[in-house]
Design a binder for this molecule. Sequence first.
Ligand code: PAP
Length: 355
Amino acid sequence: MYTSSVDDPWLSASYTMSSSVGTYPPQEGHAETNQELYQGFTNLVSSWPCFPGFSGSQLYRHGKGWHASLAPMVGTMVADTCFTARPTDIVVATLPKSGTTWIKALLYSTVHRREYPADSCDHPFNSLGLHECIKFFEYQLYTQNKIPDLNELPDPRLFSTHVPFVSLPRSVVLASSCKIVYVCRDPKDHLISQWSFANKFRISKGLEPLSVEAATDFFCDGVTPFGPYWDHVLGYWRAHLACPEQVLFFRYEEMSLDPVAHVRKLAEFVGRPFSVEEEEDGTVDAIVKLCSFEHMAGLEATKDGKTELVTGAVENSSYFRRGVVADWKNHLSPEMAKKIDAITEAKFRGSGFPV
Ligand code: PAP
């Protein structure tokens, strides 16, 4: 069991978001109370510094130093106030465009492999987008004045978030055996994936695409959704070092090299290791294949489906671009890459994080 000490990352993540909205016992169905709660946080966030972001919408700077647009930041604060974690909960945490869809697929299909074998015809992935299988706190659950009733969900409940460790719902941090699965990605590939996604959005809104030079400047200044990148990665890295049985730390590049080993680790981490029979009958390989970029990108739910987020409906196909390592080489100049590498080196120095 986790025991906290004064300056550990778990405790510092749990301090109150804001006292200005009062204490609430918000409940499902109390529309006025919920609206008041959302409005209080909206007013608070609106008073914080804001900057134009990648996609053209404003990014606010949270008191703890990270950036997001208004609605997900408000959702984060509502989740912090209202979400009650169970020790059996599992939370996927990522920066956007770092492998969220992939790790959700691997986690869901691993946890639910008895009800839905990876090769079954009625596997939920055939009809549901990955973000419907595991929902975001701040983009899907705590949105539009809603306080969702999550009590009926069977164990283990699976959730996801892009929020930095310091602003996770306090109950996730304090529910001592709640598990967190974090995936980080090379900063340059994360940037290129984010930039490509943002440009699709800009074009759909009639805006000029952003140049890769401008995107690199935003990135290096830390003004990206849920960034600065380095603070996000270090927050979860330190939590992993402090408590490896509660925070699993994966890297996209290592997952690409050996997905089978990562699925085994994931299954062990969530307390459902593969049996000898499963190892022999190819269950692990089937999960890896089911969740592979090629297979997932070709599913009807990907090609035709959309996911409703608080920021708008997103075509599921837009979560699948190339899915390769080091695509940044096709977009960033050597100078831009050097600049990012130098910042990464400096920020991660002394953290024990292998650069
Ligand atoms: P999100 O955080 O907005 O949900 P996320 O899934 O993290 O997005 O990012 C999408 C990236 O993961 C894309 O990377 P790219 O732009 O460099 O290509 C996407 O291609 C990649 N991706 C999605 N699914 C998979 C998968 N099954 N295997 C490997 N990479 C994947």
